[in-house]
Design a protein around this ligand. Sequence first.
Ligand code: FPP
Ligand code: MG
Ligand code: MG
Length: 340
Amino acid sequence: DQIKCEKLDPFSLVADELAVLSDRLRAMVCAEVPKLASAAEYFFKLGVEGKRFRPMVLLLMASSLSAVVGNFNSEEQRRRQQRIAEITEMIHVASLLHDDVLDHADTRRGIGSLNSIMGNKLAVLAGDFLLARASVALASLQNTEVVQLLSEVLEHLVTGEIMQWTTESDQSCSMDYYLQKTYYKTASLMANSCKAVALLAGHTAEVANLAYDYGCHLGIAYQLIDDVLDFTGSKASLGKPSLSDLKQGIATAPVLYALEEHPAMQHLISRKFKTSGDVELALKYVRESSGIERTHDLAREHADRAASAIAAFPPCPSEKAHLCREALTELTHQVVTRSK
Ligand code: FPP
Ligand code: MG
Ligand code: MG
């Protein structure tokens, strides 16, 4: 007889709703001009939608903070929270399209990047188009605080991306700078969209800030593990080549920790691993240091802080909310143990 594993699967709790959301997203990114249409829909097509991690978190957050039973407006409220998930995914994909242009990336999600298939111009414009559609959806919510939160995210994405290019070598060697950049580039979108979901349910600033904390710390933990996987993963497991950060001249957390044990790495970081053999040497230093382990530990700390935010939510309004809070907590474990 088969032994069934009763472990909570966060994705399955919202899988049906995510399928509806994906269909709606495909409709939302439909453009008038055929060439733009095929570019904009590229990463929304069935099979290349990615993990849909952000929409999953946001739907679980919505259920975790669902209004008390009897709220006559709850269906409309849910629809508005789904909108946040749709907007977040459009912003995310737009940033990836632009990112792949900036990074000259050939692959994304196991297929050719849009820039490699249709060229830079169309990839940039498709990203702009997605941001435009996201803006229209955001405006339709008629909530200026939410508009402000998600508009600030756009500013953060650009700021984080620019910070990554920094030429000041003291900055590229600083863990504080690195974590600030990580907040802007990765965590801000999760943090602010989680907060928006809470605000749309009419929660207090205090509760909305707990939702923010969850998204923020989960996002940072997620990125720290991404940085680890860039060292430990393979092209087959990640859908993109490994060591891409070093090859792009970026010193991530494992490198910054390794620097503390191998000061000689300073030169490699300063010249962005550009001299022949630098990438291999940096890899050797990282492997001979506790950089990977310490990055894992830091990711776990952030994951724990995300879990604490959920634990501090006001009393559960329903059994469903309780289950979804458990799922969000389970995600904080999954994020630090994932291998892809
Ligand atoms: C992926 O980083 C990139 C991001 C998370 C954001 C990039 C932001 C911009 C390009 C600014 C423009 C923003 C908008 C909203 C259009 P990565 O290159 O480290 O990761 P990867 O391995 O997924 O490529
Ligand atoms: Mg990239
Ligand atoms: Mg990049």
